[in-house]
Design a protein around this ligand. Structure first.
Ligand SMILES: NC(=O)c1ccc[n+]([C@@H]2O[C@H](COP(=O)([O-])OP(=O)(O)OC[C@H]3O[C@@H](n4cnc5c(N)ncnc54)[C@H](OP(=O)(O)O)[C@@H]3O)[C@@H](O)[C@H]2O)c1
Length: 397
């Protein structure tokens, strides 16, 4: 285990699971920092229970409330996005769990990578929008990237011992990402068009934050994961397949040159990949139940349907398109999902807004995403474009 850990996004679903895993160890690692966006109450409650050295709230307006909530505890308080990057890149830790949702995690994650830490990545959006930049920074600093997303952690576990992310894996022909199919796996497009936010976030197998739950319902989550796998495992997207597996027991597979398929299996419980990444290369107890194969019964595998789930097609087109396209895809998706969750956009409007934003970027020949400033500029452009499309009420529920 590590000397000191920072949890970016501690109040979220992944962050809280990580705290449970750490608390279950006989010798828990020191906690350097816990961070949140605006949820002062939950951050204060977690900080009182787990005693980090610092608690950081990203929204500066929430700083005074956090100071009041933690008064007398001796826990240092910091506020603002810069403070997140400071703790992520600071000397008080050697391990950073990147578990913020969305593009907001990019700069703190990069700060940890630049500082050469062990960076446990659950926050897939920075890899989608700027994977080349993140992986190049890791190569330059010597940072070790460890995947936490369950599919990518499964692939990591099936790769040869000693494998380090960012290198093409030896003897591997293909990677297969499994997908549960989400809550609308068997719904028609017409049924999905009228889906409500409550139906979309009701995932059949996993308990997750709202954004990734909607991404699972549109299957954009799997599209984002193809791009994430492309960067983590230095593998061309055409060698990364998606297979629908409704039971979420086989978490992903590696296909070797000799015809062997290696799969990682387990209960659908994020504590397993979190414990794997935290302890790597040692195996830590995770607190999750061990899978009972007899009770699990039969396992199904089906092809993914890009007709009913157009986000799969859009993500594939983005990774095959210009370098800029995944950045645009990610930003438009974040804006569209937020609009859907707040009742301003119909479910089928999510894919429509993303497609229109990608087309808009194509018309403008927007293609520069070679450096961080360009990525941030492009992300802002795509957000403004998608927001305008939604406000135009063209896709309103
Ligand atoms: N949940 C899963 O099972 C799972 C599995 C695989 C991968 N992932 C990935 O892991 C990431 C986190 O997912 P999640 O489900 O844990 O999300 P979540 O439950 O929504 O938690 C998000 C966390 O990020 C913080 N946050 C949100 N916006 C922020 C901002 N602008 N600046 C700083 N912090 C911000 C939140 O703070 P507040 O609480 O204060 O808002 C919270 O701590 C996502 O990228 C997701 O795709 C999740």
């Amino acid at each position: 285990m590590s000397r000191g850990v920072v949890i970016l996004g501690a109040t979220g679903s992944v962050g809280r699971s990580a705290l449970e895993v750490m608390a279950a160890q006989s010798e828990p690692p020191a906690l350097e920092a816990l961070t949140a966006y605006r949820d002062v109450e939950r951050l204060a409650q977690l900080a009182r229970a787990h005693r980090p050295r610092v608690a950081v709230i990203a929204d500066p307006a929430c700083g005074p409330a956090l100071t009041a909530a933690l008064s007398g505890t001796g826990i240092e308080i910091a506020a603002g996005m810069d403070a997140l990057a400071d703790v992520a890149g600071g000397t008080g830790s050697d391990t950073v769990l990147s578990a913020i949702v969305g593009a907001a995690g990019l700069l703190p994650t990069l700060a940890a990578v630049h500082a050469g830490k062990r960076v446990l990545i659950a926050n897939k959006e920075p890899l989608v929008m700027a994977g080349g930049i993140v992986m190049a920074a890791a190569r330059a600093s010597g940072a070790e990237i460890l995947p936490v997303d369950s599919e990518h952690n499964a692939i990591f576990q099936c790769l040869p011992t000693g494998y380090r992310c960012g290198q093409p894996p030896e003897g591997v022909e293909r990677l297969i990402l499994t997908a549960s199919g989400g809550p609308f796996r068997s719904w028609s497009r017409a049924e999905m068009a009228a889906a409500t936010p409550a139906q979309a976030v009701a995932h059949p197998n996993w308990e997750m934050g709202a954004k990734i739950s909607v991404d699972s319902a549109t299957m954009m989550n799997k599209g984002l994961e193809v791009i994430e796998a492309h960067w983590l495992f230095a593998t061309a997207a055409e060698h990364i397949d998606i297979v629908v597996h409704p039971q979420s027991i086989v978490h992903s597979l590696v296909v070797y040159r000799d015809g062997s398929l290696l799969a990682q299996m387990g209960a659908p419980d994020m504590r397993i990949p979190i414990a794997n990444a935290l302890g790597h290369p040692e195996r830590l107890p995770s607190g999750a139940a061990t899978l009972d194969l007899i009770r699990a019964g039969s396992l199904q595998f089906e092809p993914a349907d890009a007709e009913r789930f157009p986000c799969l097609r859009l993500a594939r087109a983005a990774i095959d398109g210009t370098d800029a396209a995944p950045t645009v895809l990610n930003a438009a998706n974040e804006v569209a999902v937020e609009a859907f969750l707040s009742g301003r956009l119909a479910f089928d409007g999510i894919a429509a807004v993303i497609e229109a934003t990608l087309e808009g970027a194509g018309r403008l020949a927007v293609r520069d995403s070679a450096n961080l400033d360009a990525v941030i500029g492009l992300d802002g452009w795509a957000r403004a474009f998608a927001t305008e499309r939604i406000a135009g009420a063209k896709y309103t529920a």
